[in-house]
Design a protein around this ligand. Structure first.
Ligand code: NAD
Length: 482
């Protein structure tokens, strides 16, 4: 695998690296130093058309490959990723900014997606429907065709793997569009697929910003779209998908509540919520954005989470600190504006809120107390290391506050009383709820949002439903028919 330093990257279409139709190039920079890492092609709508054409051309052979062979090929992708794991983790850490150990964990997740779905390739069974003696009725599960996958910049490789692995085992081909600030791991991934024996055209990668993203989501010949990103872009993708009546899976943002009940193990709650909001610099859709804490333990919780925030060491991702920089300059500005807004809204800035005096897009871990749920810092996704701590009086108020946002991606409950924790968990309107932990769930468990957090489920066996359509075949067995 080539090194990234000063390298020029091209698009990956039909099994080979190719130039884009325009000479325009974009630069990806190291968020810890703001130095350029590599130049890459800015794909145009014509390039997307070429990639979709390649995916369409490869479809017939790929979907008629035996399931067992498709599974073997997909499993070889996992093996190839594992062989190049350390190099991929270093590329991801440098391009995205995340600590090296987190990048390694993302690479492990990518391996697991390919292993997990490889095993499902020969188990995508249909049903027979009992309709009486005169009919044999079957359902058959078929791939959609060409899957368009639009990827954000917070987990570039693992989200690519999360969508491509189930798409492929179900018999679809794919065109992947990574985010413009983190294009590198997807381009290396495309070469890995080729080396693993994925046939030409089955996986294609087009890099760039809005133009290729919009071209992919509005393309007539794309049969299914998987989008992960912000709500506003998700709306745009869904609107263009409506023009072509294309099925979409949307994984959007969150403003996730962590409810800390009076009997919670506070050490556990503080540590898990700290991990939940400061991991990856808070640039996680499922982050623990709002700590809803019972008034009897509120002051103690605030003291302890402030100590926890202060204990985080910042540094370049490749030096494997506790927390790296934010991914890019524009996002850094947005997060700093939210911190100013929190102060203006009257919340108490307990710690952080500053950009350390150094190069790079660093923001120190930030805790606001005395937050009211109606404040914008409690309602809008900040996507940075900024925790809002909100007091509540009783359980009813806790669940009302937890659900009083437009999002419903994840939530959490901390309590020693499991029955009580489960009752609260069931009242939280979110796709995933964690009890006495944060970032629960795994490759094998379904993940996705309610409300404005999205449509559909990724991960687990449920994700396969996004990549398979049901066909019903009815056979007449009526021997008396003329
Ligand atoms: P974004 O919406 O800005 O961009 C996402 C992708 O869409 C990028 O590849 C971008 O180039 C592309 N894009 C931009 N404009 C487009 C258009 N008009 N049509 C089609 N594609 C277009 O999001 P982001 O800033 O990269 O990611 C952060 C957001 O993603 C956060 O809101 C976060 O919560 C969300 N997210 C959600 C999940 C999840 O699983 N629910 C996971 C990660 C991130």
């Amino acid at each position: 695998m080539a090194t990234t330093e000063n390298q020029r990257y091209r698009l990956f279409i039909d099994g080979e690296t190719v130039d884009a139709s325009s000479a325009d190039r974009l630069t990806t920079t190291d968020p810890a130093t703001e130095e350029p890492i590599a130049r890459f092609a800015a794909a145009t709508a014509d390039d997307v058309d070429r990639a979709v054409g390649a995916a369409r051309g490869a479809l017939s052979d790929w979907r008629s490959e035996t399931p067992v062979e498709r599974g073997r090929i997909v499993h070889r992708v996992a093996d190839e990723i594992r062989d190049r794991a350390e190099e991929l983790a270093r590329i991801e850490s440098r391009d995205q900014g995340k600590p090296l150990s987190q990048a390694r964990s993302d690479v492990d997740d990518a391996i697991r997606y390919f292993e997990y779905y490889a095993g499902a390739a020969d188990k995508l069974e249909g049903k027979s429907v009992p309709r009486g003696r005169a009919n044999l009725d079957l359902t058959v599960r078929k791939p959609y065709g060409v899957s368009g996958q639009i990827i954000p910049w917070n987990f570039p490789l693992s989200i690519t793997a999360r969508g491509v692995a189930p798409a492929l085992v179900a018999g679809n081909t794919a065109v992947v569009k990574p985010a413009p600030t983190t294009p590198l791991s997807a381009l290396h991934f495309a070469e890995i697929c080729r080396d693993a024996g994925v046939p030409d055209g089955v996986v294609n990668v087009v890099t760039g910003g809005v133009e290729p993203g919009a071209a992919l989501s509005s393309h007539e010949d794309v049969d299914q779209l998987t989008f992960t990103g912000s709500v506003s872009t998700g709306e745009a993708v869904m609107k263009s998908a409506a023009e072509t009546i294309t099925d979409v899976t949307l994984e959007l943002g969150g403003k996730n509540p962590a409810v800390v009940l009076p009997d919670a193990n506070l050490d556990e709650a503080v540590s898990e919520i700290g991990t939940g909001i400061f991991t990856n610099g808070g640039q996680i859709c499922s982050a623990a954005d709002r700590a809803l804490v019972h008034e009897s333990i509120y002051d103690e919780f605030v003291d302890r989470i402030v100590d926890e925030a202060k204990s985080y060491a910042l540094g370049p991702g490749t030096a494997d600190p506790d927390m790296g920089p934010l991914n890019h300059a524009e996002h850094f500005e947005t997060v700093m504006e939210y911190i100013e807004l929190g102060v203006e809204e009257g919340a108490t800035l307990e710690t952080g809120g500053k950009a350390p005096d150094r190069d790079g897009h660093f923001v120190s871990p930030t805790v606001f107390s005395e937050v009211e749920n109606a404040m914008r810092i409690a309602q809008e996704e900040i996507f940075g290391p900024v925790l809002a701590v909100i007091p509540f009086e009783d359980r009813e108020e806790a669940t009302t506050l937890a659900n009083d946002v437009d999002f419903g991606l994840t939530g959490g409950v901390f309590s020693r009383d499991v029955a009580q924790a489960l009752s609260v968990a069931r009242e939280i309107d979110a796709g995933s709820v964690y009890v006495n932990e944060w970032f629960g769930g795994s490759i094998e468990t379904p993940f996705g949002g309610t409300k404005r957090s999205g449509i559909g489920r990724e991960k687990g066996l449920e994700a396969l439903d996004s990549y398979l359509q049901t066909q019903n075949i009815s056979v007449s067995l009526d021997e008396d028919r003329p």
